[in-house]
Design a protein around this ligand. Structure first.
Ligand code: PGA
Length: 209
């Protein structure tokens, strides 16, 4: 998918640095790919053209916030993108639109590109409330039931949602995510790119780049 933005969300995988280096070595060195490994591997995974992204981020740059990672820290190691509001953060870690909005604002302030995930359109307005630099925000439409289930969204429903998102936020790029695989990725050709989970850890991932 040349010219489209492909985001590889590794989630909490793999378990060792050696394995992480092995996965990255398999990737085609293309400029439209953003790799989002777990935080601990970010600094060890350097590729020529491939961009680095984080899977989450706190909303302040420093202080007594045990276990958190800040936008300034990500920026300082060359990270250009950050995924915010992923369904797993919302459902498992109870992040709400207000928290996500704080994170979006903080990341934009640090000049990071934000990949804002939503599974329902109603999450959009609150997550992006008061945000002006929308050209640095990429919206990923990921229906909750399609994430990690093998049941991708139909091309027609995805297109309906894409158009609705574009109507609300015309200056944002829109990605599709949720059970993307080498057989269905062309169904989302109208989107500006893809957010890929499971497939991005496998060697078949190269066939969609
Ligand atoms: P999946 O994950 O491709 O494994 O469904 C996508 C995501 O959670 O971003």
């Amino acid at each position: 998918m040349k010219k489209k933005l492909i985001v590889a969300n590794w989630k909490m995988n793999p378990t060792t640095l050696k394995q992480a280096e092995g996965i990255v070595k398999r990737y085609k060195d293309v400029s439209n790919l953003v790799v989002c490994p777990p935080f601990v591997f970010l600094n060890s995974i350097k590729l020529n053209k491939v961009q680095l992204g984080a899977q989450n981020c706190f909303w302040l740059n420093e202080g007594s916030f045990t276990g958190e990672v800040s936008p300034a820290m990500l920026k300082s190691i060359g990270c250009k993108y950050v995924i915010l509001g992923h369904f797993e953060r919302r459902s498992i870690f109870k992040e709400d639109n207000k928290t996500i909005n704080l994170k979006v604002k903080a990341c934009l302030k640090s000049n990071l590109n934000v990949i804002l995930c939503i599974s329902e359109l109603k999450q959009l307005k609150k997550s992006l409330d008061g945000i002006e630099r929308l050209n640095k925000v990429i919206i990923a439409y990921e229906p909750a039931w399609a994430i990690g289930t093998g049941k991708a969204c139909s091309a027609s429903l995805a297109e309906k949602k894409r158009l609705l998102i574009k109507e609300l936020f015309p200056s944002c790029r829109v990605l599709y995510g949720g059970s993307v695989n080498e057989d269905n990725y062309l169904d989302y050709n109208n989107f500006d790119g893809l957010l890929v989970g499971e497939l991005s850890l496998k060697k078949e991932f190269n066939s969609i780049l």
